[in-house]
Design a protein around this ligand. Structure first.
Ligand SMILES: NC(=O)C1=CN([C@@H]2O[C@H](COP(=O)(O)OP(=O)(O)OC[C@H]3O[C@@H](n4cnc5c(N)ncnc54)[C@H](OP(=O)(O)O)[C@@H]3O)[C@@H](O)[C@H]2O)C=CC1
Ligand SMILES: O=C/C=C/c1ccc(O)c(O)c1
Ligand SMILES: [Zn+2]
Ligand SMILES: [Zn+2]
Length: 361
């Protein structure tokens, strides 16, 4: 049993106000702690490309002011009276989803990320009618169902990228039966999600080929991340030599791009798993999938269960995220660098170390 603070907390987050995506301090109130709510002091929050899509309204549904951030690691500072899973002082994580209906087929199958009534951790409306706000803030209040424990052996800043990027690659590999050692995988786009793809797939015993838009990341991919091969997508000779060689490709490119060059890399029955959030039609001619019985599919983050699993997997098998830790006053600069593909490979904001001044403090 925990104690409930009956007052609303006034806190500060960094919010985008319009489609420029520029973030600045914003004061708002958190809901009163409900029976099953966990209040966390945010320690670290990773910056995902989705934060850019949302703050800049790439998907056309952004609502402002918007405090982004969905790779949140925090310390529990208060729990509601019916919280059984967490206690004050626990280090916990929150990802993309903070609510679901609990009654539909996906919810009953514990794949709540596919619930049509899911509630996003920001840019959405909570059950009390208030906007949800994310992790670039001093604190969050989250229902315990959408909170995961950060296991011992994982540094909090290291854990942050696993809560979106990590589980986003783990979930389809598991769901599509692609965890068998010896498989040959491709990672298209070596950014935040892509680099976790290399690390997780290597830890599963796969032969991993990075497919990148330039040669700039070759040495790092091979020497630091452990990739086995590296292709530059514009190099026709390299791409032709690699035809019919991959069991799957995890495609993380965040902008419109042709699919056919990558379908050609797949073996018979190979799978192209789309991850990038792209609000424009992508195209391919049907023989590219028919002649080889290939699959184009997609996958959306992972469930809470899979998030707990990927955290354990990383502790047991050892893959770590490669991060650049920055303070909150670097957030806009970090987003600009992310937009111009200048990060190796995930920014993580040291929120607690940034001395955010809350009105209540
Ligand atoms: N499906 C899901 O559940 C999830 C989807 N996403 C989405 O996945 C995509 C990737 O996210 P994330 O890894 O954080 O993004 P990053 O920006 O960190 O990485 C994207 C990578 O794609 C490549 N790329 C090719 N063309 C471009 C371009 N024009 N601009 C930028 N990058 C380009 C780059 O790799 P290289 O230099 O090797 O070419 C780049 O590093 C985003 O659309 C994001 O919204 C993210 C998380 C979960
Ligand atoms: O970063 C995680 C979110 C991914 C995402 C996938 C699909 C979609 O329509 C989104 O708005 C976000
Ligand atoms: Zn994300
Ligand atoms: Zn549901």
């Amino acid at each position: 049993m925990g104690s409930v603070d009956a007052s609303e907390k006034t806190i500060t987050g960094w919010a985008a106000r319009d489609t420029t995506g520029h973030l600045s301090p914003y004061t708002y109130t958190l809901r009163r702690t409900g029976a099953e709510d966990v209040v966390l002091k945010v320690l670290y929050c990773g910056i995902c490309h989705t934060d850019l899509h949302q703050t800049k309204n790439h998907l056309g549904a952004s609502k402002y002011p918007m405090v982004p951030g969905h790779e949140v690691v925090g310390e529990v500072v208060e729990v509601g009276p019916e919280v059984s899973k967490y206690s004050v002082g626990d280090v916990v994580g929150v990802g993309v989803i903070v609510g679901c209906c609990r009654d539909c087929r996906p919810c009953k199958a514990n794949v709540e990320q596919y619930c049509n009534k899911k509630i996003w951790s920001y840019n959405d409306v909570y059950t009390d009618g208030k906007p949800t706000q994310g992790g670039f803030a001093s604190a969050m209040v989250v229902d315990q169902k959408f909170v995961v424990k950060i296991p011992a052996g994982l540094a909090p800043e290291q854990a942050a990228p696993l809560l979106c990027a990590g589980v986003t690659v783990y979930s389809p590999l598991k769901h599509f039966g692609l965890m068998t050692p010896g498989l040959r995988g491709g990672i298209l786009g070596l950014g935040g999600v892509g680099h976790m793809g290399v690390k997780v797939a290597k830890s599963m015993g796969h032969h991993v080929t990075v497919i990148s838009s330039s040669n700039k990341k070759r040495a790092e991919a091979m020497d630091d991340l452990g990739a086995d091969a590296y292709l530059v997508s514009s190099d026709e000779a390299q791409m032709a030599a690699a035809m019919d060689s991959l069991d799957y490709i995890i495609d993380t490119v965040p902008v419109k791009h042709p699919l056919e060059p990558y379908l050609a890399l797949l073996k018979m029955d190979g799978k192209l798993v789309l991850m990038g959030v792209i609000a424009e039609p992508l195209s391919f001619v049907s023989p590219m999938v028919m002649l080889g019985r290939k699959t184009i599919t997609g996958s959306f983050i992972g469930s809470i269960e899979e998030t707990e699993e990927v955290l354990r997997f990383c502790v047991e098998k050892g893959p770590t995220s490669q991060i650049e830790v920055v303070k909150m006053d670097y957030l806009n600069h970090a987003l600009e660098r992310l937009e111009r593909n200048d990060v190796r490979y995930r920014f993580v904001v040291d929120v607690a170390g940034s001395n955010i001044k809350d009105a209540d403090a």
